[in-house]
Design a protein around this ligand. Structure first.
Ligand SMILES: [Zn+2]
Length: 174
């Protein structure tokens, strides 16, 4: 697979630690933007990285959620023909929503990108947050979970092995 953007514009994804135990993931693709909040009730960055890695095996989809207290922000990554469709559903109350089907949520983001693009973008976001905070600073801010070094290394290994990616790769990545 090679980098080849479809009708949707270039994917942008950033990860910010915005306060003790809170993170914000911003997404943009040229036509739509989303700001997705996560609390440390789940290990949100680790789940995003691990979910992306899952799409390198036989699995066609990966699912996880962010706890935005009280909203549930449910991510569904679906893989088809080398592309990943990302849909984020919002549910008003996480106390009840884990039992609800996706169709009961509100779609707050939906976009499809080639797997190399999506994985590369997730890796850059994960690496950027590490460069900014370091492992110690990350744990201080995110509090409940250490920086997911091993999961980021796994995704990087899969990306370098299975994707044809022409974007630059910083060899100082973890
Ligand atoms: Zn790459």
């Amino acid at each position: 697979m090679s980098i080849d953007e479809g009708a949707e514009g270039a994917l942008q994804l950033t990860w910010e630690l915005v306060g003790r135990g809170w993170a914000r993931c911003r997404l943009a693709d040229g036509s739509q933007t989303a700001s997705v909040i996560a609390s440390y009730c789940t290990d949100a960055l680790a789940d995003l990285v691990a979910g992306t890695s899952e799409l390198y095996g036989q699995k066609r989809s990966a699912r996880f959620f962010f706890d935005a207290e009280p909203q549930e922000l449910r991510w569904a990554l679906r893989s088809a023909d080398g592309a990943i469709n990302v849909t984020i559903y919002k549910f008003p109350d996480i106390a009840v929503s884990p039992d609800l089907p996706d169709s009961d949520g509100t779609v707050m983001w939906q976009s499809t990108h080639p797997r190399p693009t999506f994985a590369h973008t997730v890796l850059v976001a994960a690496h950027t947050v590490l460069k900014e905070h370091g492992e110690t600073g990350y744990l201080t801010k995110w509090a409940m979970h250490p920086y997911p070094v091993a999961l980021v290394q796994d995704l990087r290994r899969l990306h370098m092995r299975d994707d044809v990616c022409t974007l630059p790769h910083d060899l100082s990545w973890p």
